[in-house]
Write a protein that binds this ligand. Sequence first.
Ligand SMILES: NC(=O)c1ccc[n+]([C@@H]2O[C@H](COP(=O)([O-])OP(=O)(O)OC[C@H]3O[C@@H](n4cnc5c(N)ncnc54)[C@H](O)[C@@H]3O)[C@@H](O)[C@H]2O)c1
Length: 454
Amino acid sequence: MMIYSIVGLGKLGASMAAAIASRGFNVIGVDVNAHAVDAVNAGRAPVQETGLGDLIAAHRDRLRATTSHREAILGSDVTFVIVPTPSDESGRFSLQYAAWAFGEIGDALAQKTGYHLVVLTSTVLPGSTRHGLLPVLEQRSGKKCGVDFGLCYSPEFIALGSVIRDFLHPDFTLVGEFDDRSGRTLAEAYAAIMPKQPSCRRMSLENAELTKIAVNTFVTTKIAYANMLADLCERIPGGDVDVVSDALGFDARIGRKYLTGALGYGGPCFPRDNVALGYLARVLGTRAELAETTDRSNQALAGTILDRLHVSIAHGTTVAVLGLAYKPFSHVIEESQGVALVKALSRHGARVVAHDPLAASLASLELKDHGLVLDSLADCLRQASVVVITTPDPVYGALEANDFVQSGRTMTVVDCWRLLASKLSGQPGVNYVAVGRSVDDTANAARLAALWAS
Ligand SMILES: NC(=O)c1ccc[n+]([C@@H]2O[C@H](COP(=O)([O-])OP(=O)(O)OC[C@H]3O[C@@H](n4cnc5c(N)ncnc54)[C@H](O)[C@@H]3O)[C@@H](O)[C@H]2O)c1
């Protein structure tokens, strides 16, 4: 039975280690961070992820961790490398951490007898595995790829919050291979690990590197497209992006997923992949205009909300922003639309109070010069005369009209995900604005009619 090692016990790596152990395999985790190693060895999750603590605790007998790359490589057959590949100023993914890890793995391979497969899982640009990392392995090991060891590039398609489920039940597995033996070994490994035997797409290292970025950038293009439709619907009498998207989704070529026009995407992966694709195209002598446009339109969304509120916000008006993580059930605020909105509002002179069910402590630090993150949702609403709901969190969907109605004043509520339409539309004391729905039927009808007047 194969033994696996996982280099990098972060959000993706720790979840993969636990998931593989849960399928009956022995796994050795490696991290340069001793806290992560200690946590795994103590049967605890080193990072926050759904179900991770329980899975590690349940499979402790097959899962251990070390700070020694050598120990892990000598004790396993296949190594997944899942270290950070942060974006630099040009938009390219840095190989700094991966190259260091590959150097350590190379040193260990020098001492190993027998075949070993190294799999890079971190997101990288095409060419990185073959030209950036393979030479490090060969130099440090003194061995030859394709003879003494194998090499694959194989990213996972996971979302934070469902990493374990997504890893074990993917739509397909993507295997970029240096040679046939490398690819076959990894395809067989996935078939043994993944319960439903997903289809495996095997290809060159470079095609796989591009496919990974293509999946993410395609999905974000769909999101940006839906946001464009939402904007148009606001300008059409009776316009409703949900009606349009629901119908659009019935077309089998399109599908309904990611078509909910609202606020844009964020988080650690989606935004940087479009930027990286733009960079790649430029250095290859072409342009990835679609990716660049998607990124630009996504970055402009917080400003669009601000423009919409412009007239309602006098200097010092208190605005409540509900939702600071990049999505519900997450504590991650990286590239979050809510955080961008708080900053834009405060730069505009508004006093901002904000709330998030899980991200409050991280967001307080990030926003210390821009607004006040409150633990109490009720306090937020009490202080505000304008409210913007930025994530489709059920906590906000459960709010009632009474939570907004305050005697003597009208509260403006901008609901980016239309969570409260049935409760707040037409509610006295509330100026309810649903993103993606006609803002003013009369004015919209007049503007459309004017187009046909001779
Ligand atoms: N998080 C996601 O949703 C996601 C999805 C798909 C792909 N990815 C990609 O996976 C990679 C890792 O992402 P993550 O979110 O798990 O990162 P993370 O920052 O949560 O974890 C990375 C871990 O690697 C460790 N590490 C760094 N250098 C190391 C080394 N030389 N040896 C051993 N350990 C080392 C760090 O200490 C850390 O624990 C990135 O390239 C990312 O783009 C992430």
